[in-house]
Ligand binder design. Sequence first.
Ligand code: AMP
Length: 557
Amino acid sequence: MEFAEFARVCEQLEGLSGRLEMRDLLASLLPGLDDVELPVFVRFVQGRVFPDWSAEKLGIGPNLLYEAVAYVAGRKKADVVRLVNETGDPGVAVERLLAHRQQSSFFSESMTLAEVHALLVRVASTAGPQSQQAKMRLLRQGFGSMTPVEARYFARLVLAELRIGIGEGTVRDAIALASGVDPALVEHAQQVKNDLGEVALLAREGPEALGAVSIVPFRPVRLMLAQQGTIAQQLADFGPVAVEYKYDGSRIQFHRSGGIGRCWSRRLEEVTHALPEVVEALLGATRTDVILDAEVVAVGPDGRPLPFQTVLRRFRRKHGVAEAREAIALVPRVFDCLWAGGESLLDRPLAERRARLEQVLAEHLAPQQVLGDEESVRAVYERALAEGHEGVMLKVPGAPYTPGARGRAWVKIKPEAETLDLAVVGAGWGEGRRAGTFGTYELAVQDGGRLLPVGRVATGMTDEDLTTLHALFRDLVIAESGASVILEPRVVFEVGYSEIQASPNYASGYALRFPRFVRVREDKGIDEVETLESLIARYRAQATRNGNGGPRPDPLP
Ligand code: AMP
């Protein structure tokens, strides 16, 4: 497939709004792709260059991109920035600039999809002191051989935001349709493989190949996620629950194979070197090859847990690990086993996985109790809080491990549930004391492949926060217009609020009353922010709680 063809498909998809139409269009294209193109295409339409399990990054921010475009278009970088600011869309801006470029540069060869992929792989693997220049040269080369419309999608791909509104579910269904296999099989294979590109190839082979997927050591799978809930509801709906403390630390997935131990963070970034004592502890506590799910906590001299930020600081550390290790003791609390002795346990019920875990792990096990009455669960919850933990997790003993899924099989119970994890998609320059930094941040929920604004947060940030946040976002500015900027969606804020309101002012159809910044969720990726669906569920629950006549009419069509 030519990259020009891919751009045409993107253009077509951008013009569609129905999920089924998008699925059908994708499904009609997949059979025509060869085995090299298929995985690339499947990742590209999701705005991804690398498999989901890979922590590989292009290492290109808007600045570098605009510089490369300026060069190819024969313009100044300021012109590029101005046009991006005017259009609010780097893709469209790049397209327009290249449309006016001088004729001579049209002579270069056009690129195929696979060649564009290979170019981006080279961009990502360029490291070292001169890497920015080298990356820039590769980008120029890419843009130099593209038509304006190709450049629109190439620019967006580089910024990891394709803006064609396609969610993972749609791509999954398209793969199932194109290969004539059950969508549930595709979903299951995706949970295990964590790369729809590879899953598409397996689907092409047939249902047996899809069904035979298994997790393997040193290839992390997405972590199972929890929903908010209540003790009474969980017991009523599922009967006795497995109760564990909810530790306030950071999640890891530990893999042991052939005597070697490695671990990954919740965002599937490898943290083996940042957490040597955790790796050692888990290697020491196991005898067989395993994949474990655990929370890493920091413990103070009195044995009480230290704040979560302390743990995160250790996750980020690249230098001085040995000193940091002396200052803060990190301990794993292991609560699940995904794979043991060559066998995947994902499809086994929790009770069975727990039994295996107890066999393979000699130490660092997170205690668990299966309880059937509200009073005893509440007693564990009170004790957890008294001991300085965040709350409790209630897990359904009969449920399988579903990577990446947030469902009722795991429910979290904690006192202040009224916070949301939201994507930061824009900001506004501050005034007065806040001049020179951003004074407000625009927040969004996710819905399919889109991010929909739910409001702005301007309180809860100290002066120090404002400075740190500005440094964090400075290089993520995509476009600027007046006092507001559009940010590359990379950062997640945890935000408190007093109420969710229906509101025509934001694209989500909702707004937050009294939003308040709590912290940056560095451990969370954009694909983990609150979904519109769960925001609506909260909105309804709140209406019922407040006794104001049940849910108000849905503001969305
Ligand atoms: P949240 O980050 O609020 O969505 O809560 C879910 C997180 O709680 C998980 O991703 C884990 O990092 C953490 N956690 C702490 N203790 C446990 C536990 N016993 N079981 C599962 N997750 C836990």
